[in-house]
Ligand binder design. Structure first.
Ligand SMILES: N[C@@H](CCC(=O)N[C@@H](CS)C(=O)NCC(=O)O)C(=O)O
Length: 219
């Protein structure tokens, strides 16, 4: 029997769910996956009934209850200590950029929402979203210059990569202009087996879960 459950939203759209799901799988927690299709306007009733903050991801594991992806990250790191970089200075850096992701990039998230099944090249470019793209490119370049890549802190996909994975999907969908380092990072993240699995499972979701506002964002 599973030791808990992870509640997530529609895989095609739910960027925060992707973060929590990656973290839980990286930590190899034995939890049942409960997927609640997003209603589209926020406030999905079935999520409100389960999750204390009315949002996904929501994790229950061996008596612990967690919401907010950054809290799930820290719990997963307690269960599997190698998920943050081993080096103290790199670990502080990884936590800082993970927290910056959790707290920010609102303009990018609004202008370029996650949709794993479509591409919208050239759309979603506002001065504010492009400023977020620049900052994210700088964050990735700094981390990868220090670590050597292909992931932010070296050869292992860590919790900081999990936090930025939905940004990678947005860049693949909306295709803002990116430098070589960011393009290489996007390719490395997309090729990770857990990302491939999430994309495949998103592609298998029923058409009834499609949401007009994410499928035709310009309309
Ligand atoms: N700060 C939260 C954000 C979670 C969030 O906004 N989740 C969205 C889905 S991506 C949600 O649950 N929305 C509720 C809904 O659409 O009903 C976290 O880090 O987990």
């Amino acid at each position: 029997m599973a030791e808990g459950r992870l509640v997530i939203g529609t895989k095609r759209y739910s960027s925060w769910s992707l973060r929590g799901w990656l973290m839980v799988h990286l930590a190899r927690l034995d939890v049942e996956e409960v997927l609640v299709p997003l209603a589209g306007g926020g406030g999905t009733a079935a999520i409100r009934d389960i999750s204390p903050n009315g949002l996904v991801p929501y994790l229950e594991h061996r008596g612990a209850r967690m919401w907010e992806s950054i809290a799930i990250a820290e719990y997963c790191a307690e269960c599997a200590p190698g998920l943050w970089p081993a080096d103290r200075i790199a670990r502080a850096h990884a936590r800082s950029i993970a927290a910056e992701m959790h707290a920010g990039f609102r303009a990018l998230r609004i202008a370029m929402p996650m949709n794993l099944g479509r591409t919208f090249p050239g759309q979603g470019r506002t001065p504010e979203s492009l400023a977020d793209v620049s900052r994210i490119e700088a964050i990735w370049a700094e981390a990868m210059t220090a670590s050597g890549g292909p992931f932010l802190f070296g050869g292992d996909f860590c919790l900081a990569d999990a936090m930025y994975a939905p940004i990678v999907t947005r860049f693949l969908t909306w295709q803002p202009e990116l430098g070589a380092t960011a393009r290489a990072y996007c390719a490395a993240v997309r090729a990770h087996p857990l990302m491939a699995r999430w994309y495949d499972e998103a592609a298998a979701e029923p058409a009834a879960w499609l949401l007009e506002k994410y499928e035709n964002p310009a309309s």
